[in-house]
Design a protein around this ligand. Structure first.
Ligand code: GUN
Length: 293
């Protein structure tokens, strides 16, 4: 039986810390952290994520502003909103929910965000700092930062001698996750859709991190016995067992078959998901502190 890694509980302790830091910041400087979240279009999953982020920001005592823009928003309109928020001294964090509708180019939008307000850690300045081993002065992408805390809770700070395999190579997750694991001295492999014999590569992993967006792709025989399995996938699938037309969330790992093989595993939901939101709050309070300090 694997240890079930409780992301909800760990996220709650991060949030508690964020709340107390927010109170201290306000008492000492009069500054309230401000987070602006931008959603373009009406993708239901994105709407749900953005709603949770805005709600949690309020709970943390932040100024929380949500911009829900229509699908037909132009590149220029989006860029103009980012420019306004860059110039707004009450806003310390700006997040543009991804993916954007197809007619919009996300890269110029992300690069237009001031690096010190880039709470997603996607600006080249922040990505570059992480890539060159500076984990202190920039902002780190929320999901990998949260996943690393869960790994640390099981494996400790130093991952020397351990093999880590990250499946997925996105700028938002796979690349920063691999780099974070490297900073902790793990031997890191980044696997992806073109990797040959993915199962065999995964079986070398003491720490297996799956972020592919394919429901239950990772099977028991991909998992090295005793491995720490971090499932970053959030996939909505049909759940006929719950009734006609019902759906449920599953990860990128086949939890039922992987759990008996793994040493520790994150559930979906309740694993990495809550950590993403918690780290977004942490990044926002860090950004506000730096600005105030
Ligand atoms: N879409 C899915 N995850 C994320 C995230 O962490 N940040 C942003 N901006 N968009 C996302």
């Amino acid at each position: 039986m694997a240890q079930v890694i409780n992301g909800k509980e760990t996220a709650a302790s991060v949030i508690a810390q964020v709340k107390s830091t927010t109170a201290t910041l306000e008492a000492e400087t009069g500054v309230t952290p401000g987070l602006a979240v931008i959603l373009v279009g009406a993708d239901p999953a994105s709407q749900a994520y953005v709603g949770s982020k805005s709600k949690m920001a309020k709970e943390c005592g932040f100024k929380s502003v949500q911009y829900s823009l229509p699908e037909a928003t132009s590149q220029e309109e989006l860029m103009a909103l980012v420019a306004d928020l860059n110039a707004d001294p009450t806003i310390h964090g700006i997040l543009v929910q991804l993916p954007l509708p197809k007619h919009l180019d996300s890269e110029p939008v992300i690069q237009a965000i001031l690096p010190e307000k880039d709470v997603d850690g996607l600006h080249v300045v922040n990505a570059g700092k992480l890539a060159t081993g500076d984990t202190e002065t920039g902002l780190i992408s929320c999901t990998p930062a949260g996943a690393l805390i869960l790994v640390r809770n099981v494996r400790g700070e130093d991952l020397s001698g351990l093999n880590a395999v990250v499946i997925g190579r996105s700028n938002l997750f796979g690349k920063p996750m691999a780099q974070l694991l490297l900073t902790r001295n793990a031997t890191v492999t980044t696997a992806h859709s073109r990797t040959k014999d993915l199962a065999a590569v995964c079986r070398t992993a003491d720490i297996l991190v799956a972020a592919v967006g394919r429901p239950e792709m990772v099977k028991a025989d991909w998992v090295k016995p005793g491995a720490t399995v971090i499932d970053v996938g959030i996939n909505r699938v049909a759940a006929p067992e719950k009734g006609e037309g019902k759906t449920k969330l599953v990860g990128d790992c086949d939890y039922a078959s992987c759990e008996p093989v793994a040493g520790a595993i994150t559930p979906v939901p309740g694993g990495v998901g809550p950590m993403t939101i918690a780290m977004l709050m942490a990044n926002t309070v860090i950004a506000a502190y730096r600005k105030a300090g």
